[in-house]
Design a protein around this ligand. Structure first.
Ligand code: ADP
Ligand code: ZN
Ligand code: ZN
Length: 743
């Protein structure tokens, strides 16, 4: 029994980001719970709000408090656990309570279920035939039709009755009232996966896989939270390990969440889970209708399913007894939410698992530097699968120096060696993947003669080309005019690097007119199912060459591919953020992993202007550990995450002067808060990488310090400062902790 309810109103606006207190009337005393959606008087109107706390402590003058008007019955009541999770998200990533709540309850409004109605003959046949004779004599043709069908089939689906027999609901009701039929109602939940084939399950784990399962299992048995990082080359059987662990979890009466990046969430992957766990599995993805999503969450809450597979939002599946969270391809940048609150799925998953005593398994062939670093400090435990299942050797790899190509007079984007190899595979009727790394943001500038990339002398990130022709650092604002010749070798072949997949497709078709070419990129996969179609067409060998962006490197098994060409390995190296090398290493390693999945040995050609870069070199050698060591020492030197933590504050405004003034104002405030400049670094304000979107100017300030909690303090301070300050009425201030994409 609590006298008051603290309520957050359902309006996403900074100024309303606080709780309001209302009286809990007697009539609601027994039913009201934390998380329920209610209606409350608010000014002259009645609006909706979430109960986030029940209390006996009045925070305002009691005589001024109003009672809750109504409890909305069809709102999903979020459990207090999820509300606590929302509170944690708000605290650690910024944004409003509402935004955090909406993150943990992706489906707010109850959708109508599909109710399946079946008409059943309710009398014995003799009586029914007597009635039928009467109907026919009186020429009640519709009634006669329906009754005749019921006598024949005993049961008819209502929809079929109305459509095929062409009878109205009035006729059905009349027969029901006369006791001739009964209507049976059944709620059916929409199931997003259809055509389940039953292949059965017959895989026996090998010794390495068993060892991994045996390492992790005790945590599951002891109901003890722990995070494991499963590092295993592609095809080493990680998914089978996940399924074995899940099997243990559900046998102990608990549930499992499996997170997979949307792009890798293919029919084949889902089917593997279905084949083993059947109806216990459900899937979420962005293509589901709100109704389907709602149903999946209902089924999870009701205990009808035990396994939820999906991209980041599946993390918030309302399981009551969560046992394990698996994050596959944990290094993927899509695990970072890029809208507010900008949470990282890995961090939120671990927090949820801690609170619910669940185990977390992070899996990847190329773990994020962040996660691998945590295995060193003992925060996560490292487990490994170092061999492909069939002991297939990894492909051989060769680096081609594009600077040499230019020297030899080849200005094409295809090196002579790659052209030769393509020719060879076309003759052998083997398939080829050409991967164009388009991960880069704004165009960096490099020299095609010597490979020199123009970098900021203060930040060690590449400068980006702006429309006004100037080159700029997005971390500190350092700006220089676009040089006419290369500062290092004086060549005039210096330019911003851009090459689209479409252009490459044209070029390849012209060079190899006999080849059948498929292209996969953002443009060709916009339509529903087009992604699956391209993949399936290529695996049926309806094309010889597949050209694509990072989309094609995601875990597909093409057994006839024996050559992978990486056209411009450096593109992601020279993004204007500190994760460029990490991203490049991951992409190149994954791309190389596409070759040689079948009988023939695979071969990889990496074309690059920076053949000596450790990310390119070590990816070619598939040497993760050495890459990690190099990368972490760079991060240590530069005090980038995960060594230190980093907070980006972005100020945006339609008015450039206001954007400048408010970002400067915030910077000044931050400086005032610092007692020891050696422990906290403030950089900026500077233009964001995309300095203007939709006529909104964007300025960024970077703060780096060792303790994450200190950054949270800065965020809280600035949030408050901005809220009470009229000068910020036309500025939007956003926070991003340890950003994944550059600003
Ligand atoms: P990963 O998730 O690491 O890429 P998978 O679990 O997808 O690896 O395994 C790769 C292939 O090997 C799959 O086709 C899988 O069915 C098969 N596989 C995995 N483990 C075994 C095993 N113990 N015995 C036989 N086949 C296996
Ligand atoms: Zn040069
Ligand atoms: Zn700089």
């Amino acid at each position: 029994m609590s006298r008051f309810a603290n309520i957050i109103v359902d309006i996403s606006h900074e100024k309303l980001d606080k709780t309001f207190q209302y009286i809990v009337p007697d009539e609601f005393q027994d039913i009201l719970e934390v998380g329920m959606l209610v209606k409350i008087p608010f000014g002259p109107r009645k609006i909706k709000g979430y109960v986030i706390e029940l209390t006996d402590v009045a925070e305002y003058d009691i005589t001024k408090l109003k009672p809750i008007a109504e409890v909305v019955k069809d709102g999903i009541s979020i459990e207090s656990r999820l509300i606590a999770l929302a509170a944690w998200i708000k605290k650690n990533y910024g944004g409003t309570f509402n935004q955090a709540l909406k993150t943990v309850i992706p489906v707010k409004q109850k959708q109508n279920h599909i109710i399946k109605k079946t008409l059943i003959l309710a009398t014995d046949e003799v009586y029914a035939r007597e009635q039928l004779a009467i109907f026919e004599r009186k020429h009640y043709t519709a009634k006669a039709r329906l009754l005749k069908a019921l006598i024949e089939f005993k049961k008819i689906d209502q929809i079929e009755a109305t459509r095929k027999l062409n009878v109205s609901t009035a006729v059905i009701r009349n027969l029901e009232e006369n006791g001739l039929l009964k209507i049976q109602q059944e709620t059916t939940y929409r199931n997003p996966v259809k055509n389940i084939s039953n292949k059965g399950y017959d895989i026996i784990l090998n010794d390495m896989q068993k060892q991994v399962v045996d390492t992790i299992s005790p945590s599951i048995d002891k109901l003890e939270h722990k995070t494991y990082l499963l590092k295993g080359v592609t095809g080493s059987g990680k998914t089978e390990v996940y399924m074995e662990l899940i099997d243990k979890v559900i046998k102990s009466g608990k549930q499992a969440i499996v997170l997979i990046p949307e792009i890798a969430l293919t029919y084949q992957t889902v089917m593997r889970f279905y084949n083993r766990f059947r109806d216990l599995v459900s899937v979420m993805n962005s293509k589901l209708s709100p109704g389907e999503r709602y149903d999946q969450f209902e089924r999870a809450k009701n205990g009808e399913i035990s396994i939820m597979i999906g991209p980041r939002s599946a993390l918030f599946t309302p399981f009551n007894n969560l046992g394990i969270i698996i994050i596959d391809e944990e290094h993927e940048s899509s695990y970072k939410n890029e809208t507010i609150p900008k949470y990282h799925t890995r961090e939120v998953a671990i927090y949820r698992a801690q609170k619910e005593n669940a185990v977390v398994v992070l899996g990847s062939a190329t773990p994020s530097i962040d996660s691998y670093y945590k295995t060193k400090s003992g925060e996560y435990e490292l487990v490994e699968l170092n061999q492909r299942i069939a002991k297939k050797p990894l492909p051989t790899c060769e680096i081609v120096d594009l600077r040499e190509e230019l020297k030899q007079g080849n200005k094409s984007i295809l090196s002579r060696k790659l052209q030769q190899k393509i020719e060879d595979r076309l003759q052998k009727k083997q398939q080829i993947i050409l991967f164009i790394n388009r991960r880069g943001l704004a165009g960096f500038v490099s020299c095609r003669a010597c490979g020199e990339v123009i970098k900021c002398p203060h930040c060690d990130v590449s400068l980006s080309q702006h429309r006004n022709g100037k080159l700029m650092c997005h971390y500190c604002g350092y700006t220089i005019p676009m040089p006419k010749v290369c500062p290092s070798c004086s060549s005039k072949y210096i330019a911003g690097f851009r090459a689209g997949t479409q252009k490459i497709e044209e070029l390849v078709k012209r060079r190899f007119p006999q080849a059948r070419v498929l292209r996969m990129d953002f443009d060709t996969t916009r339509k529903k199912d087009s992604y699956e179609q391209i993949i399936s067409s290529f695996s049926k060998q309806e094309a010889d060459i597949l050209i694509g962006t990072q989309m094609i490197v995601k875990g597909h098994d093409f057994s006839n591919v024996t050559l992978v060409g990486v056209l411009a390995a450096d593109l992601s190296l020279n993004t204007s953020d500190f994760r460029g090398a990490e991203r490049t290493f991951q992409l190149l390693t994954q791309a190389a992993g596409r070759a040689g999945r079948g009988k023939e040995l695979g071969e990889v050609i990496i074309q690059t202007y920076e053949p000596d870069h450790y990310a390119v070199n070590l990816a070619c050698q598939q040497n993760y550990v050495d890459f990690y060591e190099k990368e972490i020492s760079y991060r240590r030197l530069m005090r980038y995450p995960p060594i230190w933590n980093m907070l980006v504050i972005m100020c945006s405004s339609k008015n450039e002067d206001i954007a400048n003034a408010s970002s400067q104002d915030i910077t000044n405030e931050l400086h005032k808060k610092i007692d020891n400049p050696r422990e906290v670094q403030i950089i900026g304000p500077a233009d964001a990488v995309i300095s203007k979107i939709n006529d909104t100017y964007r300025k960024v300030i970077y703060i780096r310090t060792e303790e994450y909690s200190k950054l949270v303090e800065f965020k809280d301070y600035i949030e408050n400062y901005v809220r009470d300050n009229k000068d910020f009425s036309r500025t939007i201030v956003q926070f991003d902790f340890n950003p994944i994409s550059g600003f």
